[in-house]
Design a binder for this molecule. Structure first.
Ligand SMILES: Nc1ncnc2c1ncn2[C@@H]1O[C@H](COP(=O)(O)OP(=O)(O)OP(=O)(O)O)[C@@H](O)[C@H]1O
Ligand SMILES: [Mg+2]
Length: 332
């Protein structure tokens, strides 16, 4: 099926002269992957099975580039109703497709991001459930046994034993209330709401110092850092918190530091220790190590990146960079 005639537009689109195209068939300029489908439809058209067809397909230009076109093919018949020639009308839709592809990619990236947000939230809920199960629930169950002891002593009218059991129960209950308060504070550090990230990080360092004895210094520009959305503040705080928890749990460090700095429109937070370091290649998430991946995911959700510098025996530095102009995905 040779081209009988072609107009200027298709010549321009494909980069051939009119004469060059006239000698060719449409298969010659069709992308190899689209030839079969187009041939099949053209066969049906000329066979009278369909009156016309429309197809988005690729042509290959004389220079070898791929262009997407929207083709409508129909048939022109002579006075006896016999097919005289086919008529194809094309529109170059390369740009339209490019925009569509870009939109699809953007949608996909957003879907991935939301999926990750949900996964992080899910794994946190699992951890919280495990914490509640192993901690408060176990200890409160143990308390009911103590109360039983007190009741039995009361039934015997052994008041000293009853009082002892009640006092022990009261003390344990008070401890439990305190631990639950701490757990609640972990869920959303109140100081973040009130006084911002720097103050919250200083508070975190203080807490680590008193609970673990580790020396932690904080260096941050004084005054208000920059307007960070609450979600991002929480993300950065959580990263620092997990990084410090790792220092306490794994590093055997003498000291640690939190350094906050601004470099143009980029905010940088580093949590470093002088401990034993580790080999990140050898950490397997499936073995129940969620801290590092969660830190990385939080950094990405905040529109930033996270890198870890560490070597056996050489300490560890967790670095988060967050561009302040980055868009944040707000998730309800
Ligand atoms: N600052 C550090 N110094 C030395 N080793 C570290 C440090 N941070 C992490 N690691 C090593 O990396 C591993 C993975 O850390 P990650 O935070 O992902 O998991 P985890 O702390 O073991 O468990 P969790 O899921 O409770 O955080 C740790 O088990 C430890 O071996
Ligand atoms: Mg950890």
């Amino acid at each position: 099926m040779r081209f009988l005639d072609v107009n200027e537009t298709i010549c321009r689109t494909l980069g051939y002269t009119r004469d060059e195209l006239r000698g060719r068939t449409f298969m010659d300029v069709t992308h190899p992957d689209d030839v079969e489908l187009d041939l099949d439809l053209a066969g049906q058209l000329f066979g009278g099975e369909i009156p016309r067809y429309r197809l988005e397909k690729r042509y290959v230009t004389k220079a070898g580039a791929v262009v997407w076109i929207d083709l409508v093919s129909t048939i022109i018949r002579d006075e006896h109703g016999e097919p005289a020639y086919g008529l194809g009308i094309i529109e170059d839709v390369t740009e339209r497709r490019r925009v569509r592809d870009e939109l699809e990619q953007a949608h996909e990236a957003r879907r991935d991001m939301l999926k990750r947000v949900v996964e992080v939230a899910e794994s946190e809920r699992r951890r919280l459930a495990a914490d509640l199960h192993d901690g408060p629930i176990q200890r409160l169950s143990a308390l009911t046994v103590r109360l039983e002891t007190a009741r039995a002593a009361a039934a015997r009218e052994d008041w000293p034993a009853c009082t002892r059991a009640l006092a022990a129960t009261q003390e344990s209950l008070q401890g439990e209330v305190n631990r639950l308060r701490r757990l609640m504070k972990d869920l959303r550090p109140p100081v973040l709401d009130e006084r911002g990230l720097t103050v919250a990080l200083r508070g975190l360092a203080q807490e680590v110092r008193t609970t673990s004895g580790l020396r932690v210094s904080v260096s941050a520009p004084s005054g208000n850092l920059a307007d960070l959305e609450p979600e991002r503040e929480t993300a950065l705080y959580r990263i620092a918190q997990e990084a410090l928890t790792n220092v306490i749990k794994h590093a055997r460090a003498r000291e640690a530091s939190i350094t906050v700095s601004m470099d143009g429109r980029t905010m940088r937070i580093e949590i470093a220790d002088d401990g034993r370091g580790f080999d990140p290649e050898r950490i397997v998430v499936a073995d129940g190590h969620f801290g590092l991946v969660t830190m990385r995911e939080r950094a990405e959700m905040a529109g930033g990146t996270l890198s870890i510098e560490t070597r056996n025996g050489r300490g560890t530095c967790v670095r988060v960079l967050v561009p302040l102009s980055a868009r944040v995905e707000r998730v309800a």
